[in-house]
Design a binder for this molecule. Structure first.
Ligand code: PEP
Ligand code: MG
Length: 577
């Protein structure tokens, strides 16, 4: 039966392929019955998986040096070790396998559900929170059982597989960079949640917030994902398939045409030079950055180096990642954002980033967490500084809100420099330090930033979230997430004009920078530096090349003065005519 699901298209294009259902949610393991003579094999499989995870934890414990990791990281590993070796987890599932003749994954998740219920009934909030540790340990064992990474089966470019999940964390999606999925589809998610941002960087269509997609779609069913029109067609009939194949071809042709602009300078019709930088998550993204001709990297989301691994990257490992990107960019600016962990980018083992924070987006996130964990921060700062000797690196600090935070950060950078000097290690002494403008308070008191920092970058994803009090990752309120809200426009315009007046360079590195419908609006506000995923860079360049700033500015000025949503939408259409 053919039917249509609606969601939010977070990455445009059309994909046609077969569904592959995946799950990162621990308790969604598949159930199957095994024969009596397979029982011993299943028990053996579970024992081996538990032993593998034990070995992982042991080697981490050994590797951990007190300089690199906060003390709580060691305690976290100990807690996980205890959970893993406790008979309720290590032994009871084996009994379940024997009694119910089921697979190891199922037995483990059944027993986990029982444990979770017991934790939920505990009154002591500290002990209750340990439930998250149990889930993490089980996830780890399940990953080994299922074969890494998780339940993902290998795919190839010809097979055209569409990944369907209830929810995916940014860490899940980043793993898929090495898999050739034709599209992504999830039940949950918001347009600027990190999951969506990473999906977008894979340059494949994606639709999130498709509600019951995971439950309604069956493995291997034929799907069309239309990221432009926000729909998914399940089991399309032949006529619809033919129509979409045509559209797919047209889209591919458009993309191909854009490649001609790779080496063209981004200059507006009336001669304004515009810098189009790339946002990257991992050093592997460098190739795509160079392919589209980005003139710099405006946002390296360094926290992705911390995800999908047990333990933390050492100073040397980070140094190598930053050095390779800086060297690859051959003197062009590389802006490394110090790690922005917390909220939807969880790092297990760092207690301060607990998933159970009352409101993680307003909690110990980004620079707040770094300042609370100065050893971890200094390790990263030293790695960035050392890499600065090999290219044109700048440091960007996320989520700053006060002068005190800026000063504390600058003092830690000075300390990191001092330690390198003492060790005789080279670095760029004049390295520029910038701040992200992501909180309305930062715009309203922008002088605090312009007087202390070398450059600024507006993180519109968070700026919109905090201005409108709309969780960017929550699809229940995604209809309220509005880049065109008059308050958002006023804040962005104000940030750009005040920093320009103060002669402090300013960029936009949130998703608005990569949305062609916003290009003229931002140019009219005076923006001359955009940073976006490489996938969007050439379309934005095309728009820059077709824009006369002098002509669009009066329309943008009307938009800045308007508080009327309908009028704003009409003026945006006029801008993009
Ligand atoms: C932003 O908030 O706009 C931004 C660029 O940072 P991130 O999306 O990583 O929070
Ligand atoms: Mg942000």
């Amino acid at each position: 039966m053919s039917f249509v699901l609606h969601g939010i298209g977070v990455s445009s294009g059309i994909a046609i392929g077969r569904a592959q259902l995946v799950s990162h949610a621990t308790l969604e393991a598949a159930h199957y019955i095994v024969t009596a003579d397979q029982v011993a094999g299943e028990i053996e499989r579970l024992s081996n998986a538990i032993r593998t995870v034990q070995r992982e934890l042991e080697s981490l414990r050994e590797e951990m040096t007190s300089d690199d990791a906060p003390a709580e990281f060691g305690a976290f590993l100990d807690v996980h070790w205890m959970i893993l070796t406790d008979p309720t987890l290590a032994e009871t599932p084996k009994r379940i396998i024997a009694e119910q003749r089921c697979n190891a994954e199922w037995a483990l998740t059944q027993q986990t559900s029982v444990l979770i219920e017991q934790f939920d009934a505990i009154e002591d909030p500290y002990l209750r929170e340990r439930k998250a540790d149990v889930v993490q340990v089980v996830e780890r064992v399940l990953k080994v059982l299922l074969g890494k990474p998780g339940a993902v089966r290998p795919t190839n470019a010809e097979e055209q597989t569409i990944l369907v999940a209830h929810d995916l964390s940014p860490a899940d999606v980043i793993q898929f960079k090495s898999h050739h999925y034709a599209a992504f589809l999830t039940d949950l998610g918001g347009v600027t949640a990190h999951t969506a941002i990473v999906a977008r960087s894979l340059n494949v269509p994606a639709v999130v917030a498709a509600h019951n997609a995971r439950a309604l779609i069956r493995e291997n069913e034929m799907l069309i994902v239309d990221g432009e029109r926000n729909v998914v067609i399940v089991n399309p009939d032949r006529a619809v398939l033919t129509e979409y194949r045509l559209k797919q071809g047209e889209f591919a042709l458009e993309q191909k045409k854009l490649q001609r602009l790779t080496t063209t300078r981004a200059t507006t019709l009336d001669g304004h030079q515009v810098e189009l930088f790339a946002n990257i998550e991992l050093p592997e993204d460098l190739a795509r950055t160079l392919e589209v001709g980005a003139t710099g990297i405006g946002l390296f989301r360094s926290e992705f180096l911390f995800l999908n691994r047990i333990g933390l990257p050492s100073e040397d490992e980070q140094f190598e990642a930053y050095r390779s990107v800086a060297a690859g960019m051959e003197g062009k600016p590389v802006t490394i954002r110090t790690f922005d962990l917390g909220a939807d980018k969880h790092k297990e083992g760092l207690e301060g980033l607990s998933r159970v924070a009352p409101n993680p987006a307003l909690g110990l996130r980004a620079v707040r967490f770094c300042l609370a964990e100065p050893r971890l921060f200094i390790t990263q700062l030293r790695a960035i500084l050392r890499a600065s000797h090999y290219g044109n690196i700048r440091i960007l600090i996320p989520m700053l809100v006060s002068a005190t935070e800026i000063e504390q950060t600058l003092a830690l950078i000075a300390r990191a420099k001092e330690s390198l000097r003492e060790e005789g290690l080279p670095f760029d002494a004049g390295i520029e330090v910038g701040g992200m403008i992501e909180i309305p308070a930062a715009v309203l008191a922008i002088g605090v930033f312009t007087s202390r920092l070398d450059f600024l970058s507006i993180g519109t994803n968070d700026l919109i979230q905090y201005t409108l009090a709309v969780d960017r990752a929550d699809e229940a309120v995604s209809h309220l997430y509005d880049p065109l809200h008059p308050a958002v426009l006023k804040l962005i315009a104000m940030a750009i004009s005040t920093s320009r007046k103060a002669s402090v360079p300013i960029a936009v590195c949130g998703e608005m920078a990569g949305d062609v419908r916003m290009t003229r609006l931002l140019l009219g506000m005076g923006l001359r530096n955009f940073s976006m995923h490489p996938a969007h860079l050439l379309s934005v360049k095309q728009r820059v090349l077709n824009t006369d700033v002098a002509k669009v500015t009066p329309i943008v000025n009307r938009m800045r003065r308007s508080d009327d949503a309908a009028k704003l939408a009409a003026l945006l259409d006029k801008l993009n005519d």
